[in-house]
Design a protein around this ligand. Structure first.
Ligand code: ADP
Length: 658
């Protein structure tokens, strides 16, 4: 019986055939999927950039729409603001007609926001509502008090410097039921005590005076005068309490505690600063200062009305960086006016979920805004600023969605392209390998056919010497056997691949089978100097086709010999763990590169070792070994170290004994 190798000859033969170099080149070509991946990448980039452009356009459109929406909203709000102004002016007219103007004004003032104040003047009396919104008043009526009552005391104080006598005269007045007389007396007593050097008595008297909180005297206020007097005393006596009292005084001044005019306010503030230093103490609220200034400006308007000017009017007023609107109305004996800040118009500036709207000082509208409109409202000293709130968020969400979809589509496309490309590349490679295989097979067929033809011609024409005829006949037989083997192997492979032949399975003594095949193979390679060693254990039997298993083993032996050009030693080992039986074929040949290990069992695949050794073959041998192993419910594995050799192991399930 001849060898089982499918296409290879008995031993490794060198051949520089064009088929093999073609095959190797085909194997080394860069895989096509890369090309497809590059194409996919190009497509994806274009796709994503198109999507991005779409998103940008959408954003631009959205912005334009937002600006338009803001324009419409701005016009509506502007009209509402004008209406609000008209209402406020009507309110002032209404106040002027009220018989109890002060009560009505107080009620009106109570509803005003912190940036506005109402001014009502009736005759010489001028009131601001709410009073706490300003720190000083435009004008304060003078309260000189009944100066004649204090004539005697002042004569003693100033003409004779007789302070005890002056105090004696003032004491009864300090018990008067009239608070302004009481306040005038206490103020003078304290002064006399001070002049007499009785600091403690002076301080105590100022404390009494201070208790008359709301009483107005000398364009000022009893409490303010008392506290100021205490500070002067403390200053003179160099008391450490000065700083604390002066700071408290300054803070109350900034709060607008007392009805004083601007010059008094400035005087007391400068005194406090003299005691405390310019930077120390509390700072005034700029809004209250601005409102106080605006009230003064309104008082000026009132003077103009009185001098025959227009009875009503409005104008802008700026102070402390704030823009305010002054509106006034008057009758011959009454004057009603408003200092209006933007918050008074807040009810008309109705923002929505779509935009934020506010009134701002005109100067502050230059800041760059995302989507915003800023318009000046007729008659108002502010700009109406609208800023889109939702449009940005909406288009961002849309942009993210489109972007996400684009990326997802691109990824899916890339994956599809990759797999299609991979499949196409595999198909192309297989077709190329098959073409190479046909080339190799036809070469294998042609060689023995040419020998047979040549020998038979020589024999027919009687050109062979009689003593050599026997050798020629033997050669003829050998070549025709080789041809038959080749054809049978091809057919066998076909049969094994289509899983036919299972019906021929029977219990096999693997050790015996291997021994026979190895012996045959030794015979085959005897001339080439290749040694084959065999180690067998006592192993269980295997159910299978003896011829097929023999063919698989022959292929492994043939490869071991082919790919071991220098150390020509092969070891065959049969063993078992009880459940499985394995046949291992170990050589000390060129070995197999790591990257080739996974592919050598594929049909028509030849690896680097084939190129290194120049051994001929078709790449079908190992594919057939795997088919045979799997047909028996087993497997084939390989372990190899390049340069040191390889071990191929076929494993079959052991037959279960019943
Ligand atoms: P071939 O006809 O090329 O020998 P096989 O399917 O039998 O085809 O083997 C596939 C490839 O695996 C071979 O071309 C060779 O590169 C590699 N190969 C197989 N057996 C061995 C071995 N024992 N040592 C080194 N390389 C091997």
């Amino acid at each position: 019986m001849g060898g089982y190798s499918l296409l290879h000859g008995a031993a490794a033969r060198r051949d520089n055939g064009a088929n093999e170099s073609l095959l190797m080149r085909a194997l080394q070509r860069p895989p096509r999927p890369l090309l497809f991946a590059a194409a996919a990448l190009l497509f994806c980039t274009t796709f994503v950039s198109l999507a991005w452009r779409l998103v940008e356009q959408d954003r631009h459109l959205e912005r334009q729409r937002a600006v338009e929406r803001l324009g419409t909203a701005a016009a509506a709000i502007s009209a509402e603001l004008s209406r609000r102004l008209t209402t406020l002016e009507a309110d002032l007219d209404g106040l002027l007609g009220q018989p109890e103007i002060n009560a009505a004004a107080a009620a009106f003032g109570a509803r005003l926001p912190a940036d506005s104040v109402l001014l009502i003047a009736e005759g010489d009396v001028l009131r601001l509502h709410p009073r706490r919104h300003v720190v000083h008043l435009p004008r304060v009526a003078s309260h000189d008090g009944p100066a004649a009552l204090f004539g005697d005391a002042e004569e003693a104080e100033f003409a004779r410097n007789d302070y005890p006598a002056a105090i004696e005269r003032l004491l009864p007045l300090a018990r008067s039921a009239d608070t302004s007389i009481r306040a005038g007396a206490l103020l003078r007593i304290a002064r006399n005590f001070r002049k007499a050097g009785r600091v403690h008595d002076a301080l105590a008297t100022y404390d009494q005076l201070s208790a008359l909180r709301g009483v107005a005297i000398l364009n000022s206020n009893a409490d303010l005068l008392a506290r100021y007097g205490r500070c002067v005393l403390l200053e003179n006596s160099r008391s450490g309490n000065l700083a604390r009292e002066a700071a408290a005084l300054l803070e109350d001044l900034h709060r607008g505690t007392w009805d004083i005019d601007l010059s008094a306010y400035r005087f007391y503030v400068s005194e406090c600063q003299r005691w405390l230093g310019p930077k120390a103490g509390s700072a005034p609220s700029l809004r209250r200062l601005a409102l106080s200034d605006a009230a003064r400006a309104l008082d000026g308007e009132r003077e103009r009305v009185r001098a025959g000017g227009e009875a009503s009017g409005r104008r802008e007023f700026r102070a402390e960086g704030e823009s305010m609107l002054l509106v006034w109305r008057s009758t011959p004996d009454r004057f009603a006016a408003l200092v209006a800040g933007p918050r008074l118009f807040a009810p008309a500036v109705d923002a929505s979920w779509m935009f934020d709207a506010r009134l701002t000082a005109r100067a502050g509208t230059q800041e760059p805004l995302h989507v915003a409109r800023s318009i000046t409202v007729p008659a108002l000293p502010w700009a109406l600023e609208l800023r889109a709130l939702s449009s940005g968020a909406e288009s961002t969400i849309r942009a993210r969605l489109v972007g996400l979809m684009a990326v997802a589509a691109a990824v899916m496309f890339a994956i599809t392209i990759y797999f299609i490309g991979g499949a196409m590349a595999r198909e192309t490679k297989l077709a190329r390998l098959q073409a190479d295989f046909v080339g190799a097979v036809s070469h294998e067929l042609r060689t023995p056919l040419a020998s047979i033809r040549q020998i038979s011609e020589m024999l027919a024409e009687d050109r062979v010497a009689a003593e050599r005829r026997a050798a020629y006949h033997a050669r003829l037989r050998w070549e025709s056997e080789r041809l038959q083997r080749l054809v049978e192997n091809l057919l066998d492979f076909q049969r094994i691949e289509s899983s036919a032949g299972r019906e021929r399975f029977e219990p096999l003594e693997v050790a015996l089978l291997v021994k026979n095949v190895v012996e045959e193979f030794r015979e085959e390679v005897r001339d080439s100097g290749c040694k084959v060693m065999l180690h067998t254990d006592d192993v269980p039997s295997v159910r299978g086709d003896g011829e097929m298993i023999g063919r698989a083993l022959w292929n492994l032996l043939d490869n071991a010999a082919k790919y071991s050009p220098t150390v020509r030693e092969i070891v065959v080992e049969v063993g078992s763990d009880g459940r499985e039986v394995h046949i291992a074929v170990r050589d000390r040949g060129v070995g197999i590169a790591r990257r080739d290990i996974d592919v050598i069992f594929e049909k028509f695949t030849r690896a680097e070792s084939a190129r290194l050794t120049g051994a001929r073959g078709s790449g079908l041998g190992l594919a057939m070994v795997r088919e045979i192993a799997e047909a028996h419910g087993g497997r084939v594995a390989v372990a190899s170290t390049p340069g040191e050799g390889s071990t191929f192991t076929i494993t079959f399930p052991a037959e279960r004994r019943s």
